[in-house]
Design a protein around this ligand. Structure first.
Ligand code: FPP
Length: 244
């Protein structure tokens, strides 16, 4: 990696969230079935997690399966579940050794008892790790998350005048996780697709062209450099972090 490029990293996002788009097109380009693209995309998680940790990112969220993805053909849905299971079997010990902590957002109970337990065990195994927090959004939808939070607050009998941004944030799947500073959607598509709807209101967005399986350390560096050049104002006139 070229040193002069690294020197352009003048600010590092605390939390990067990624919509891993383009697996299907990556596979089609090679005459392969869509699942081969998802498999290559799963392989790429390790590369990007290590690269993000090297650059000093502390939280990284991956949108792996949305509440809308159940509409895909049964084979593809089953394949994605199998890839999650294999990812945990194959990668978690390595990630644990690297100091990665695993978290999940979404409805784990929708994945069936075996996969749910596997994910819960991996979360438990890595809970004290500090190098980087890896958040898997699997069976996750932003609107669904808001509905879930509202139901939870109603069931707790929260009085209407106590509802504020802080309380809603505490009822999200992401409670305790800082909002993403940067959301990346690979493959050149420019949509938010029900991802982190509540949390991304002041995020910077980037839309690199690479399909997800090709989004490597170099591509992440380029995107982080683009982020370094952004001026974040959070509705004000200056970037509060620049004033420190
Ligand atoms: C979008 O590409 C990608 C997905 C819907 C799934 C992403 C999942 C993975 C990378 C692997 C599973 C994750 C884990 C944690 C094991 P697309 O299929 O919509 O691509 P296309 O737009 O080119 O068709």
């Amino acid at each position: 990696m070229e040193a002069h490029k690294i020197s352009e990293l003048t600010k590092i996002p605390l939390h990067v969230a990624i919509i891993m788009d383009g697996n299907g097109r990556w596979a089609a380009q090679r005459g392969l079935p869509r699942l081969a693209g998802h498999r290559a995309g799963t392989e790429n998680l390790r590369t990007v997690i290590s690269a993000a940790a090297d650059f000093g990112v502390k939280y990284i969220t991956f949108y792996a399966f949305s509440t809308e993805n159940w509409k895909r053909p049964e084979d593809e849905v089953k394949g994605l579940m199998r890839l999650l299971s294999e990812f945990i079997d194959r990668e978690m010990i390595k990630l644990h050794k690297q100091g990665a902590r695993l978290l999940h957002i979404g409805h784990l109970e929708g994945l069936g008892p075996t996969l749910e337990k596997k994910v819960r065990d991996a979360i438990e195994l890595t809970k004290d790790n500090k190098t980087i927090t890896v958040i898997l959004a699997f069976n996750y939808g932003g609107r669904d998350e808001i509905i879930t939070a509202i139901k939870q607050m109603l069931s707790e009998g929260v009085p209407a005048d106590e509802v504020n941004e802080d309380l809603i944030s505490k009822h999200m799947f992401t409670a305790g996780i800082p909002d993403p500073d940067l959301v990346i959607r690979t493959s050149g598509e420019q949509r938010t697709s029900n991802f982190l709807v509540w949390q991304s209101v002041y995020s910077e967005w980037a839309f690199p062209k690479a399909y997800w399986p090709d989004f490597n350390k170099e591509a992440l560096l380029e995107t982080l450099i683009e982020y370094s050049q952004r001026d974040r104002r959070f509705g004000g006139l200056t970037d509060p972090k620049k004033q420190e």
